[in-house]
Write a protein that binds this ligand. Structure first.
Ligand code: CAA
Length: 416
């Protein structure tokens, strides 16, 4: 975006509202490490994680999406009638055919004059929804309406697996409009990357994701290089003009690895972190441009398709007025794999919403599970789809929307 576009208020479309929801319980990763006979530093420093949100049987992709969606509409004072497209990005859907989005549509009371669907491509689903919404607005088909894009997922690798400390659950709702109050997204500096790889997937017969963990990290980094190159092909290097680099964050250390790769792309050479000069260069850049926006991810865990946007919320909740009109990069990766690298510009009004989008008090109110409660919760949640009657109070859930069982093959939801 040029200076004159900013002056004239000619911002491209982008994110107008943001809200986050997650389950009401969590496990501390030090507790998990002790139970698994692992040095806690492996989880807290090696992976960079502190806590992991754990969904109970009455919390699912729908309940979290509705919670986040309600907050986004309420906090940003958006009329549900103004939503013309609703997209839920998820890889933990609740039905082979019926999209999460249509439940969410009803529960949010959106207009019937609305297009509604679900997007899936591992952790890329919400970014597919976001870019489709930007295109929808850009094409003129939206005719002044807004899109609601919700990322909602529960990461489940199974007990006692290498992926176990990289689980989590949560939803991020984003309203996309042609007058974004939070972040404009540059349409012409966006690059995509696709390659068929078996790094992470979940076969139809499996409750758990299968991950070739170390290979998935390589695939992620290759996708970052590829999507970044595609994005900057015409503009040239932008590193000097951006204030932050935001990444897909399956675990916090992954963002550090990503920033290492980003800097190698910028410098067009490899960085040797054994060399004091390179280490100092990397640390300065990481501490300034990526590390400050990873706290929410460290306290929630992997929320799959929403994790990039949780990092964006972390940046925006800090309310830096100096960020107004500044550019940042966003990198979204979905295993399998597909990725997009793009640039955004923080809106002048963004800092006014900092407190309103900050989920810290909600996170502080969560219930800490001990390891046996956590293990029981995981097993109970796996059995939840075939239960006919579930009581939210039995799982410490006393407000909001709950899944209460499946009767006549239909999932039932109740607001408390
Ligand atoms: N103190 C400090 N650090 C320690 C330590 C200790 N005692 N012990 C180990 N570490 C460090 C290791 O050195 C390592 O750090 P580096 O990568 O910087 O070297 C880190 O802790 C992890 O150790 P390991 O690699 O030995 O851990 P692991 O083999 O048990 O598995 C994992 C790690 C591959 C991430 C695994 O948790 C996993 O498979 N997770 C799921 C897959 C995943 O998240 N992939 C990410 C890319 S794909 C993607 O992004 C899509 C998505 O959301 C899934």
């Amino acid at each position: 975006m040029t200076q004159s576009q900013r002056r004239l208020g000619n911002m491209p479309a982008g994110i107008d509202a943001l809200a986050f929801a997650c389950p009401k319980a969590y496990i501390d990763l030090e507790d998990l490490a002790h139970a698994r006979g692992v040095d806690p530093a492996k989880f807290t420093q090696g992976l960079g994680q502190r806590k992991m949100a754990i969904a109970s049987p009455v919390e699912d992709t729908v309940t979290m999406a509705v919670d986040a969606g309600q907050q986004a509409l309420k906090v940003f004072d958006i009329d549900p009638e103004s939503i013309g497209t609703l997209i839920v990005g998820t890889e933990t859907g609740i039905d082979h055919s019926k999209p999460v989005a249509v439940y969410v549509h009803e529960l949010l009371g959106l207009s019937q004059r609305c297009r509604t669907f679900e997007t899936k491509h591992a952790c890329y689903g919400a970014s597919a929804g976001l870019t489709a919404s930007l295109d929808w607005i850009g094409s003129g088909r939206a005719r002044g309406k807004k899109a609601l894009v919700i990322a909602s997922d529960i990461a489940n690798y199974g007990l006692n697996t290498p992926g176990e400390p990289t689980q989590g659950a949560g939803a991020v709702a984003m309203v996309v409009s042609d007058r974004p109050r939070l972040l404009a997204i540059e349409p012409t500096t966006m690059g995509d990357y696709t390659r068929q790889v078996m790094d992470f997937w979940r076969p139809l017969y499996s409750k758990y994701a299968i991950a070739d963990g170390h290979y998935s990290i390589e695939c992620y980094l290759d996708a970052l290089t590829g999507a970044r190159e595609a994005a900057l092909e015409q503009s040239g290097e932008v590193y000097g003009s951006i204030i932050a680099c935001l990444y897909h964050v399956p675990f916090v250390k992954m963002a550090k690895k990503a920033h290492h790769r980003e800097l190698e792309c910028v410098l067009d050479r490899s960085l040797d972190l054994q060399s004091p000069n390179d280490l100092a260069l990397f640390n300065e850049s990481f501490d300034r441009m990526a590390a400050p926006w990873l706290d929410l991810n460290a306290d929630v865990g992997n929320i799959y398709t929403g994790s990039l946007y949780l990092s964006l919320m972390d940046l925006l909740r800090q309310g830096h007025e100096t960020h107004a009109n500044q550019r940042l990069s966003l990198f979204s990766y979905g295993s399998g794999c597909c990725a997009t690298y793009c640039l955004g510009t923080v809106a002048e009004t963004a800092h006014q919403f900092a407190q309103l989008i900050d989920p810290q008090s909600m996170l502080d109110q969560r219930r800490r599970l001990n390891v046996s409660e956590y293990e029981e919760m995981i097993v109970a949640s796996e059995n939840a789809p075939s239960q006919t009657s579930l009581k939210p109070q039995d799982y410490g859930v006393h407000s909001g929307l709950s899944y209460v069982g499946t009767v006549d093959h239909q999932r039932r939801y109740v607001f408390m």
